[in-house]
Design a protein around this ligand. Structure first.
Ligand SMILES: C[S@@+](CC[C@H](N)C(=O)[O-])C[C@H]1O[C@@H](n2cnc3c(N)ncnc32)[C@H](O)[C@@H]1O
Length: 224
């Protein structure tokens, strides 16, 4: 695990179908292309309807051939007992597990993220976790903008820890690499021009600065 770090590459995005959210970036073909934009569609993120999202993804990606074995599981990840059952099954099947949560933690409260982190850390083969993270400043910005509609649809933005990536250490995860999204996008000449004034990023914990990033977390070695 030592020495592991995040590496990025720029991939051209196919033009998305034009259906989807006004002004949304073609960031997630499945999500944008699959869901016609209406607050109700965002309500699809409320807990009871994950299978709808999965069904839509499968329908939309029916012609796509995954490059590895792909299994989609419809599960409310905030349901502790159910997710622990799943994690134990996955742990038993694998030798080494890398977990990636993209665009998920922001919908969880700090208590829910802490509990999810502890459950992931409890599985001996779950060794690495890649997350995206927002600073408190970014969270407030998002709550004031897109978050308003999402909140009305039952999918409020909640997680932007004041501790930054150090939030995860007490829950079993050591941050080993942190890369700001805007800085990385600028390195690939893919940063929105109007945001470049936000560079350079602050050193250390971004706090009230509007920042999002990708963080590589490794399982914390138990203290002997
Ligand atoms: C912003 S989307 C990100 C989707 C995709 N990872 C991406 O980055 O394009 C958030 C995703 O989190 C899922 N989600 C939100 N809350 C969840 C929960 N409690 N359990 C499982 N999935 C959840 C939603 O269904 C949605 O697919």
């Amino acid at each position: 695990m030592g020495g592991a770090h995040l590496s990025f590459r720029s991939v051209p995005f196919p033009r998305h179908s034009g259906r989807g959210r006004p002004g949304c970036e073609p960031r997630c073909r499945t999500r944008c292309a699959a869901l016609p934009y209406e607050p109700a569609a965002d309500a699809a993120m409320d807990r009871g309807r994950f299978q709808d999202i999965i069904a839509y993804k499968e329908e939309t990606l029916a012609n796509e051939k995954p490059r590895c074995r792909l299994e989609r599981i419809s599960l409310d990840l905030s349901d502790g007992p159910e997710r622990r059952k799943l994690f134990a099954q996955l742990n038993a099947r694998a030798t080494k597990v890398v977990v990636a949560t993209e665009g998920l933690l922001i919908y969880f409260s700090a208590e829910e993220v802490a509990s999810l982190a502890a459950d992931l850390a409890a599985e001996n083969r779950f060794q690495t976790w890649i997350i995206d993270l927002a600073s408190p400043g970014q969270l407030r910005l998002m709550q004031r903008t897109t978050g308003k509609q999402l909140s009305e649809a039952g999918a409020a933005f909640k997680f932007g820890p004041p501790e930054g990536v150090n939030f995860f250490a007490p829950h079993g995860w050591e941050p080993t690499d942190v890369q700001g999204m805007l800085k990385t996008a600028a390195q690939f000449n893919r940063a929105p021009a109007e945001l470049l004034s936000l560079l350079p990023e602050p050193k250390g914990n971004p706090g009230n600065f509007p920042w999002t990033g990708v963080c590589l977390l490794n399982k914390r070695e138990p203290r002997l």
